[in-house]
Write a protein that binds this ligand. Structure first.
Ligand SMILES: NC(=O)C1=CN([C@@H]2O[C@H](COP(=O)(O)OP(=O)(O)OC[C@H]3O[C@@H](n4cnc5c(N)ncnc54)[C@H](O)[C@@H]3O)[C@@H](O)[C@H]2O)C=CC1
Ligand SMILES: O=C(O)C(=O)CO
Length: 324
């Protein structure tokens, strides 16, 4: 094959993609913070052998039908709900993701979000900077304890297990719900398997790390929030669409649950005027779970390696695995 062509859908540091540039003609969308327009992407795929995509790019039948030479889509994320896997299979395109390299970084952020929500860190910071701090008071910005509380992890895969390991350091009681039993987490971390409803009723911190699929769409609905303790905090770093956000807003407003820490939303970026952002008991982050400089470089490097291998006719390191 003549030199293959790769299109990257966001501007990435030249240094990170150098190895890829040595084996392929690489073209990159010029913006770092704006997604490539759909029509540009549809144009570019017509001549591309490889694509390096972001989680905001839809890789579907329409796109793949216009990409006769495409061999690989390397997604800069472990989640792959933006990719139609069946369409990839039909078009003989290998989809890849970035598992493992982001696990610990994302678990750090999940724990930070849990702590920020429990101990009201953002509210307290704003209170001080807005000049509201006049005197020390016994219950000034008093939050919820984290140590010795029960954490309920929904989606006990790689990241869930890494969060459980952190929770162990805080002497938390770890319960989890997952499609399959996680024997490693049970034996090494003392995590206890639970039915979904039982977890909701028991946990002080409900942590969502489940992928978005047809089955998990809107899993956290009004019924789920009603089951949670009134003192519970809901942490979401999985995907926004696994949550009915109207129901979450109502649950927070009516005191069905005490607060939420959210890194992901149904619509990203979430509009500034969204009702959830008006609540002081909500800590909201712009989807930064895996956003450390080191990890983002590793994710880019893994995407490049997957593309290079596939274009050379070899097996990629991390083709998307759906059987977990
Ligand atoms: N906020 C952020 O920046 C990030 C978010 N994520 C999200 O976290 C998710 C998890 O990532 P990993 O832990 O690496 O994936 P994983 O595949 O190791 O873990 C997911 C777990 O969820 C379980 N699961 C799937 N469907 C289920 C269902 N219907 N009921 C019960 N359990 C179910 C699977 O069995 C698996 O054990 C990703 O799919 C992504 O959506 C991942 C990285 C960063
Ligand atoms: O990897 C993912 O799935 C993310 O959401 C961002 O790292």
């Amino acid at each position: 094959m003549a030199i293959p062509k790769v299109f990257i859908t966001r501007r990435l540091p030249e240094k990170c993609i150098k190895p890829l540039q040595q084996v392929a003609e690489v073209k990159m969308w010029s913006e770092e913070y704006k997604p490539v327009p759909r029509e540009v992407l549809l144009q570019e795929v017509q001549t591309s052998h490889g694509l390096l995509t972001m989680l905001s790019d839809r890789v579907d039948e329409t796109l793949l039908a216009q990409a006769p030479q495409l061999k690989c889509v390397a997604n800069l994320a472990v989640g792959y709900d933006n990719i139609d896997l069946e369409a990839c299979r039909l078009h003989h395109v290998i989809p890849c993701n970035t598992p493992d390299v982001l696990t610990e970084t994302t678990a750090d952020l999940v724990f930070a979000l849990l702590m920020a929500s429990g101990r009201r860190l953002i509210e307290a910071n704003d209170y001080l900077k807005q000049g509201k701090w006049q005197e020390w008071g016994p219950f000034l910005m008093a939050g919820a304890d984290i140590h010795h509380k029960t954490i309920g992890i929904v989606g006990m895969g790689r990241i869930g297990t890494a969060v459980a390991r952190r929770a162990q350091g805080f002497a938390m009681n770890v319960i989890y719900h997952n499609r399959r039993r996680n024997v490693e987490a049970e034996s090494e971390l003392g995590a206890r398997f639970c039915g979904f409803e039982s977890l909701l009723e028991t946990a002080d911190f409900v942590v969502n790390l489940i992928p978005y699929t047809e089955t998990t769409k809107g899993l956290f609905n009004q019924n789920a929030f009603t089951k949670m303790k009134k003192t519970a905090l809901f942490i979401n770093a999985g995907r926004g669409a696994t949550v009915d956000e109207d129901a979450l807003y109502q649950a927070l407003l009516e005191g069905e649950i005490a607060g939420a820490g959210l890194d992901v939303f149904s619509q990203e970026p979430i509009p500034k005027e969204h009702p959830l952002l008006t609540l002081e008991q909500v800590v909201a982050l712009p989807h930064i779970g895996s956003a450390s400089v080191e990890t983002r470089k590793q994710m880019i490097s893994l995407c490049c390696k997957n593309l290079m291998r596939t274009l050379a006719g070899e097996k990629p390191i991390t083709p998307i695995e759906t059987s977990r």
